[in-house]
Design a protein around this ligand. Structure first.
Ligand code: C5P
Length: 201
């Protein structure tokens, strides 16, 4: 059975949490597509050319434990603006989306470019302040000196680049259900997303 859930939205809005929960609830595969760009960025930071880095990605690259930093995120959003990099990563994502048994993909262009025919499309948002506070709580475990203001500036710079690029900019597909998680608990957000899936199963 082919059944694809496409989840897009800005950084730290809750996409990953919702995607993982839906995958567990419905037994679907999950692909965090941001990891592809982060892993490519990591190789670029080590001196590799961007297209070669994207083409050389192996599953071990996606499991590296140094992909989540703000620095890697910034380089990822620069690398992600390059059409040749996006093209190189396209087939892997499209094939994952068609896997038997269902798939959840989260990213920036899933509902618009990767899976325009997804059965369920969600665009997950939250206010800048809420997103910065959430990401700060996560990153400050490793970097106690990090401030919320720094995290906010980092998220805004990345969102501006992701929404403003020419190729596959972050945007809500016309059919996407908008889910603002600012005032929701994690469980409430997951329940609303789950209801959208159940309605289409
Ligand atoms: O989702 P995450 O913050 O890990 O993504 C890192 C970066 O990868 C984003 O800022 C964006 O530039 C890029 N990205 C993208 N398209 C996707 C997923 C991520 O351009 N589908």
């Amino acid at each position: 059975m082919k059944f694809t859930v496409a989840i897009d939205g800005p950084a730290a809005a809750g996409k990953g949490t919702i995607a993982r929960a839906l995958a567990a609830q419905f037994g679907f595969g999950h692909l965090d597509t941001g990891l592809l760009y982060r892993a490519t960025a990591r190789r670029v930071m080590e001196g590799e050319e961007a297209l070669s880095a994207a083409l050389a990605l192996q599953s071990a690259d996606l499991r590296r434990d140094d992909l989540r930093s703000a620095e890697v995120g910034q380089v990822a959003s620069r690398v992600a603006a390059m059409p040749k990099v996006r093209t190189a990563l396209l087939d892997f994502q499209k094939n994952f989306a068609r896997r038997d048994g269902g798939a959840v993909l989260d990213g920036r262009d899933i509902g618009t470019v990767i899976c325009p025919d997804a059965e369920v499309k969600l665009f997950v948002t939250a206010t800048d302040g809420v997103r910065a506070a959430r990401r700060h709580a996560e990153l400050s475990r490793k970097d106690a000196a990090l401030t919320v203001a720094e995290v906010l500036a980092d998220l805004r710079a990345r969102d501006r680049r992701d929404a403003g690029r020419d190729t596959a900019p972050m945007s809500a597909s016309a059919e996407a259900l908008l889910l603002d998680t600012s005032e929701l608990t994690i469980d409430e957000a997951i329940e609303m997303a789950g209801a959208a899936v159940i309605a289409k199963l």
